[in-house]
Design a protein around this ligand. Structure first.
Ligand SMILES: Cc1cc2nc3c(=O)[nH]c(=O)nc-3n(C[C@H](O)[C@H](O)[C@H](O)COP(=O)(O)O)c2cc1C
Length: 462
């Protein structure tokens, strides 16, 4: 049994995820596993056609392929994303037809599901037979029971391959032929607001629809829009995962990315991200941009800003992409401005929706509109809080930020009043005859404080 492991961690041999693969190898010495790093050498792989062919031929010749990578910003690292793009751009459509594959990741379990969904989507589109993947927390390895579970997963996967057990396809995108957006004559709306809109895009000349949508948005928006193309930042590489930024938010890569982020994103009121769908995400350049923003650590440095998206491509068919983009904004404590796409029947319809998007933006800004803190922000906030608290030696800057912003006050242990009232309640309900009596008053009791506030409001009115 020949297995090719694609190592997508920028840390190559130092990858935590890869140590898990090595563990599987130790436990199964008869299996022939070859590890191929693709993140560090991605620029060379892209430039050297023979190297790219060598890798893809090995993948095609193996019995199975395992993708080993860390979760980066709800997806795979940008370097691996570029590798996936190259597979779509350069491989014949049947190269991986029916080949078994799966993913193994480590992370802190924040938006790991979208990374796994993404890999399943792209692998299925490339023709692979995708077997359900495994998401480990980066600390799981040190628990014997969890190690046993991962090993169980690996050995189950091998058995699936050996016995050629059929797997059902999960994602099928039916991409309708996109229309070419012809905006027609464009009205220029006057600027009436002093709010600053930063419109970031990766659009190249080939992104006809996206460029025209951006143009239309700029004319329609009654706020000043500053347009920046992220290609002009000249990011040298993707995030290296070195975590040096953890101490004081300084990135070791000196290519102007951090300055760009600080000067432009942190000073804007509204940020609009504009990109075209590429495979099941935006481009690898956008991914590089998001990954590199890791120099800010886990602090919601864009908190309170409004975030919207202009997307060209079949976004409505890729719920996973929509979810992770929304989650990204929520995780950063930003206010949602929603999406506008070119998935409409006519150019007139696209124009109507771009105008509506711009109008909604102004209305929302005027009212300081928010939609409540949902699971992404609340759940993610707790994951980050616990993580930063227990890794404060490395993520020192985050720790100071969390302390300053009172983000540790959210620990349940700190809520003394609630803990005392719960303890008293517990004492009473432990006494069985009392439990019945208390429970009869439980539902009215829960709603009573709400009614009290409403009662006060209506008595103020009269
Ligand atoms: C740029 C960057 C982005 C990350 N994004 C996420 C994330 O979205 N969700 C998560 O759970 N962990 C995230 N992590 C944590 C890594 O997934 C985790 O540390 C992983 O174990 C690293 O694996 P590796 O050593 O194999 O590269 C991120 C780490 C970095 C450096």
């Amino acid at each position: 049994m020949k297995i090719v492991v694609i190592n997508g961690s920028p840390k190559a041999d130092q990858s935590i995820t890869l140590q898990h693969i090595r563990y599987f190898m130790e436990k199964n010495p008869a299996h022939d596993l070859e590890i191929i790093p693709v993140a560090g050498p991605i620029a060379r792989i892209e430039k050297t056609e023979t190297l790219f062919r060598e890798i893809t031929e090995k993948m095609a010749g193996a019995d199975a392929v395992i993708w080993s990578f860390p979760v980066y910003y709800a997806l795979i690292p940008s370097q691996l994303k570029r590798f996936v793009e190259l597979l779509f751009e350069r491989c014949r459509p049947d190269l991986f037809k029916g080949k078994y594959t799966t993913s193994f990741t480590t992370s802190i379990n924040f938006f790991d599901h979208t990374a796994h969904n993404y890999m399943q989507g792209v692998c299925e589109q490339l023709g692979f037979a995708y077997v359900k993947s495994y998401s480990a927390h980066m600390d799981d390895f040190f628990h014997e029971d969890k190690r046993k579970r991962m090993l169980g997963f690996y050995e189950w996967f091998i058995q699936m391959v050996e016995e050629k057990i059929p797997v059902a396809r999960k994602y099928k995108i039916q991409v309708p032929k996109p229309i070419v957006y012809e905006p027609g004559s464009m009205d220029q709306f006057p600027v009436v607001s002093d709010k600053k809109v930063l419109l970031l895009t990766d659009a190249g000349p080939e992104d006809t629809n996206l460029n025209r949508m951006i143009d239309q948005f700029q004319r329609t928006c009654s706020m000043e829009v500053s347009l920046k193309n992220i290609h002009e930042i000249h990011m040298k590489q993707g995030c290296l995962g070195c975590c040096t930024c953890g101490y004081d938010n300084t990135c070791i890569q000196k290519d102007g990315f951090a300055r760009f982020f600080n000067d432009n994103l942190k000073t804007a009121d509204i940020i609009i991200i504009a990109g075209s769908v590429k495979d099941h995400y935006l481009s690898a350049t956008w991914k590089k941009f998001f990954d590199r923003s890791f120099f800010n650590g886990h602090a919601p440095v864009l908190k309170g800003k409004r975030l919207g998206f202009i997307v060209s491509g079949p976004l409505s068919q890729i719920q996973n992409l929509r979810e992770l983009l929304e989650g990204f904004g929520d995780g950063w404590h930003m206010k949602s401005a929603g999406f506008v796409t070119d998935e409409h029947k006519s150019s007139e319809d696209i124009t109507t929706h771009i105008r509506a998007f711009a109008q909604e933006l102004v209305l929302a800004e005027d009212r300081d509109l928010e939609f409540g803190a949902r699971f992404y922000r609340v759940g993610g906030g707790k994951i980050f809080r616990d993580f930063v608290y227990t890794t404060s030696a490395v993520f020192m800057a985050d720790h100071l930020f969390y302390k300053k912003m009172g983000m540790y006050r959210d620990f349940p242990q700190q809520k003394f009043k609630k803990r005392i009232s719960n303890a008293v309640f517990l004492l009473f309900v432990k006494i069985r005859p009392m439990r019945k009596k208390i429970h009869q008053r439980f539902i009215p009791g829960m709603v009573a404080p709400y009614k009290k506030v409403l009662g006060k409001l209506s008595s103020h009115k009269s």
